[in-house]
Design a protein around this ligand. Structure first.
Ligand SMILES: [Mn+2]
Length: 460
């Protein structure tokens, strides 16, 4: 009864059609997944290129849209930051598909735990009821919860490029020239719509071109050459590879914890359990960044709020250039905060089928120092795209970038400083090049259900 090879491919095919697989198969897949996940550390190492995704919440058809926009597994290397289940109608199919893909292509998809991957939360927010409804017993819910206990708490992406490879994508009809950088500039951020058309393209602001920065440039130490991979604690690499100014990117569902000042402390946690109500593991899955100083109480009743100073000190201490997290609905799909030291990525469009938000995924390219281009990241090619439902038709304009950024962050990365926190001489690592693909909810007719109930039914 062991699931492998062709059985697994059949299960994937069935789940892609949004049809649940038999209970015995669920049991097998969950067992296999647990065997894989048990070997992963609390913080999984992931090499760029990678496409980072936020909350899915059982919106199966929108997950299919995500794969159309971002490329399929295994062509694209994916990292999902949790909250696969609850709220939407298809938590079961969504989570099981991702789990089957994990078992089938373990090195091409990384799943980390969200606060909804928990017995207590799924009992309240839908996943438990859905399993009961679809299988007539709680067995499948129980198998899935056992997998939840083994999901990693975070991931550390290394080898991301500082600049984006220019794409030859056309501009969306409503892209304004003000939001488009020259193609020969060092592109830091690009936003694309679901058709792969450019909504905005932003060059990295260099320290030299910033008068405020120039004034203090003599205080900046030279950037170190030939350091080891960022975030690994290694230094003094002797292979002569070109300097990689981009620190590692920490991915976690919620955010930071006052009990965690280094990534190594995350590695020491005992994660193989139900999400506790408090403590470091709880905080990583529940916390939110906020415009405050230091730490604050969270209105969620679990985790904490944390301010820019907390993020900047943590990133500096751990050689990070960026924290990517999910957990909060963002109407524009993504939101960078605190001089682009942290970003929220939200991948459930029209959340709960009524919030009216767009979704986003974040692509990080590889720095090329380890001979890239062998693997496809789904960019530069239109293969993964379909032409329907351009964002440009919905009033979602080319200024998505500025909408999704904090007020003082646009192009400020040449001057990412810790001034006032650690002193003027400390400089934060440059962020990686970031390509955001923004997409809307899957069209109604792809959902296999009528947009409206037939009129006659109302009279029955
Ligand atoms: Mn969450």
């Amino acid at each position: 009864m062991s699931i492998g090879g062709s059985d697994l491919d059949k299960a994937i095919q069935q789940l892609r059609a949004c049809r649940p697989i038999p209970e015995a198969q669920v049991r097998e897949v969950c067992y296999k997944a647990r065997e894989l996940l048990i070997e992963e550390g609390n913080v999984v190492g992931v090499d760029a290129p990678v496409t980072i995704c936020g909350d899915i919440h059982g919106q199966f058809h929108d997950l299919m849209e995500l794969f159309r926009v971002g490329g399929d597994v295994p062509d694209t290397n994916y990292l999902f930051m949790g909250d696969f289940v609850d709220r939407g109608f298809y938590s079961l199919e969504s989570f099981l598909l991702l789990l089957c893909l994990k078992v089938r292509y373990p090195d091409r998809i990384t799943l980390i735990r969200g606060n909804h991957e928990s017995r207590q939360i799924t009992t309240v927010y839908g996943f438990y009821d859905e399993c009961l409804r679809k299988y007539g017993s709680a067995n499948v819910w129980r198998y899935c919860c056992e997998v939840f206990d083994y999901l990693a708490l975070g991931a550390l992406v290394t080898g991301a490029a500082t600049a984006l490879e220019p794409t030859d994508s056309p501009y969306a009809a409503n892209t304004t020239t003000a939001s488009v950088a020259d193609i020969d500039q060092d592109i830091e951020v690009e936003t694309l719509n679901a058709d792969g058309e450019v909504l905005g393209r932003f060059a990295r602001a260099s320290s030299e071109s910033n008068s405020q920065s120039q004034q203090n440039s003599s205080a900046l130490p030279p950037a170190p050459d030939n350091v080891g991979a960022a975030g690994t604690g290694a230094s003094g690499s002797s292979n002569g590879s070109r300097r990689n100014d981009t620190g590692a990117v920490l991915c976690v569902h919620g955010g930071l914890s006052p009990l965690i000042d280094t990534i190594d402390k995350i590695r020491l946690l005992d994660r193989k359990q139900e999400v506790p109500h408090e403590g470091a593991m709880c905080d990583l899955l529940w916390s939110d960044p906020d415009e405050i100083d230091g730490w604050g109480l969270s209105p969620r009743g679990a985790g904490f709020l944390f301010g820019a100073d907390i993020v900047k000190v943590f990133n500096h201490r751990n050689d990070l250039s960026l924290i990517a997290r999910a957990h909060q609905l963002v109407m524009e799909g993504f939101k960078e905060m605190f001089d682009s030291t942290i970003v929220t990525v939200w991948s459930a469009p029209n959340y709960c089928y009524r919030c009216g938000n767009v979704a986003a995924i974040l692509e990080l390219g590889e720095d090329g120092s380890n001979a890239g281009y062998a693997r496809s990241n789904g960019d530069g090619s239109a293969a993964g795209f379909i032409g329907a439902g351009a964002l440009g038709t919905s009033g979602f304009g080319g200024n998505a970038y500025s909408q999704a950024f904090g007020s003082n962050t646009l192009g400020a990365n040449g001057n990412r400083r810790l001034s006032g926190v650690l002193g003027e001489q400390h400089r934060l690592r440059e962020g990686p090049g970031r390509r955001y693909r923004v997409f809307e909810a899957a069209p109604q007719d792809s959902r296999g259900m009528p947009a409206k109930k037939p009129v006659a039914e109302y009279f029955l």
